[in-house]
Design a protein around this ligand. Structure first.
Ligand SMILES: C[S@@+](CC[C@H](N)C(=O)[O-])C[C@H]1O[C@@H](n2cnc3c(N)ncnc32)[C@H](O)[C@@H]1O
Length: 491
């Protein structure tokens, strides 16, 4: 086993870390004896960060050269493998006398490879001692945690976190809890370098306290480092989301799933988002010009959803409500008929207005008639094309609400067969968990529960998508299917 594989397997490194480790090991390998490893400082439970414990001096040899000669020494073939090459440390520094110090990876002249020795003798190079001073700020979070946590906790040390605006959200395993404040501080220190005022960096580190079992899917959290400020501005899918992370549901790990589903929508679609939260499906879909009915029972989510619709300039396309999911499903069909959404082609965002103005100018120049992209006044969109149901713990239990939603009794005596015909029934995208880990068994399990709750078989356009594993024996899926015609028109 190579030194790198050994190092990587010991510390379970990802690719960028492997590369960094490889560079450090290169500096330590061959005939160089330099030791750039992090000073070991094993901590006890409850310990806080002691930055002084990570200071280290690495004595090396440097070549003192004229500034104009720096490139010559750096690039000369004979110096190959002799120049210092460690991550985040320059190989040339200024000398107080105005000259430059080209740093080598050796602390003893006798260790220079023969071609380097001959070259340096020929050039009469001035070789001087130089101390590389490394400290807490130099080492990565991984390096500090690996050098500080008790040895048995090094493997699997919690360096990853979900980023929610300026908050780093950890989910520490029990064995790490005695060291939680230390871990939080290291993560804050190593990830706080955001541009001022732009909240790109981490300012607060929190740890999840319990599993989410309350109705609004909000979890309790404990602040490990930084101020207890939970009001975040988070960017996802080119939209801005403002919310209080301690009062509404948000999961940055669903980012790709939000994008995946929205990608399948066409601008003409009308989406009914039954459990919309603060809008991670609804608002990116609205930016695509989809019409949106977005619902959430949590009044705080509902307020944020409205605020975020304003923030993202899509209020004309978003109708928000704060109802129980079943009531929303039963009432949204009529709502769409009574309060249709503007047609996609009538919706103008700034970029459309700019494009149209450019087109108008070009047409005027060419004196061309009829360049108007305005499409008269097409009627509004009143037909829901997709239902989104992301409440995986219980969304399936809401499916019985679809029985008879298109029947005249449910829509004020109207006959909707001209609007919702057999070929045009809405798609339902329903999220759920399963304990079945084999794909086939998972799909059978989900389909069975869905059909049971609907009270009818599903037959058209069925697909399953594995979203993510939420626990070793629990997976999250999205089942998509077309609402069965007979069921929707049944009483
Ligand atoms: C898992 S979150 C999903 C939020 C968002 N769609 C997303 O993908 O991040 C489920 C949402 O459903 C809301 N909720 C819970 N019970 C509900 C109910 N009975 N009716 C409507 N919304 C409900 C919660 O407040 C929460 O915002």
């Amino acid at each position: 086993m190579s030194l790198l594989s050994l190092f990587s397997s010991r510390f379970s490194l990802r690719q960028p870390q492997r590369l960094a480790a490889l560079t450090v090991l290169r500096a330590m390998s061959s005939n160089s004896k330099l030791d750039f490893s992090t000073p070991i400082h094993r901590i006890t439970p409850g310990a806080l960060v002691d930055k002084d414990a990570y200071k280290k001096t690495v004595p090396i040899l440097a070549l003192k050269v004229e500034p104009s000669q720096t490139g010559y020494f750096l690039k000369n073939e004979a110096m190959r493998g002799a120049i210092l090459d460690v991550p985040r440390y320059k190989s040339v520094v200024h000398s107080p006398d105005g000259r430059r110090l080209v740093l080598t990876r050796f602390d003893d002249k006798n260790d220079f490879p023969p071609p380097t020795q001959q070259f340096l003798e020929k050039e009469k190079a001035e070789i001087v001692n130089y101390n590389i001073e490394l400290d807490y700020d130099y080492w990565t979070a991984e390096a500090i945690l690996h050098a500080s946590l008790p040895e048995e906790l090094v493997d699997g040390a919690p360096v990853g976190f979900a980023k929610v605006g300026h908050i780093a959200h950890l989910n520490l395993n029990d064995e790490y809890l005695p060291y939680k404040h230390f871990i939080g501080q290291v993560i804050l220190d190593k990830n706080s370098s955001g541009q001022e005022g732009l909240h790109t960096g981490i300012e607060t580190v929190v740890n999840k306290l319990d599993s989410i079992d309350n109705q609004f899917r909000v979890f309790k959290m404990e602040v490990l480092a930084g101020p207890p400020n939970f009001a975040v501005m988070h960017r996802e899918s080119n939209c801005s989301f403002f919310f209080d992370f301690s009062k509404v549901y948000w999961n940055s790990r669903l980012h790709h799933e939000h994008e995946r589903l929205v990608e399948t929508f066409k601008p003409e679609d009308v989406i009914a988002d039954v459990f919309a939260g603060v809008g991670p499906f609804a608002l990116p879909a609205a930016r695509k010009k989809c019409g949106i009915f977005a619902n959430d029972l949590n009044p705080i989510s509902f307020n944020c959803l409205n605020l975020n619709a304003r923030l993202n300039n899509v209020t004309q396309l978003v109708r928000a409500s704060c109802l129980d999911g079943k009531e929303f499903i039963r009432t949204v069909i009529l709502k769409a008929l009574q309060d249709p959404l503007p047609p996609a082609q009538a919706v103008k965002f700034n970029k459309d207005l700019r494009r149209e103005s450019k087109q108008r100018k070009q047409a005027q120049k060419k004196n061309v008639e009829g360049s108007q992209s305005e499409q008269g006044s097409p009627s509004g969109r009143n037909r829901i094309t997709h239902f989104v149901m992301n409440l995986p713990a219980s969304a399936v239990e809401f499916l019985d609400a679809f029985r008879g939603i298109l029947s005249p009794d449910n829509v004020g005596g109207r006959d909707l067969s001209g609007i919702y015909d057999k070929a045009n029934m809405p798609m339902i995208h329903c999220y759920t968990f399963t304990r079945e880990l084999e794909t086939e068994k998972a799909e059978v399990d989900i389909r069975q529960r869905v059909e049971e709750q609907l009270g009818a078989p599903i037959e058209e356009d069925i697909s399953f998508h594995l979203v993510r594993s939420v626990a070793p024996n629990k997976e999250m899926y999205c089942i998509s299917f077309r609402l069965p015609y007979g069921l929707a028109y049944g009483a």
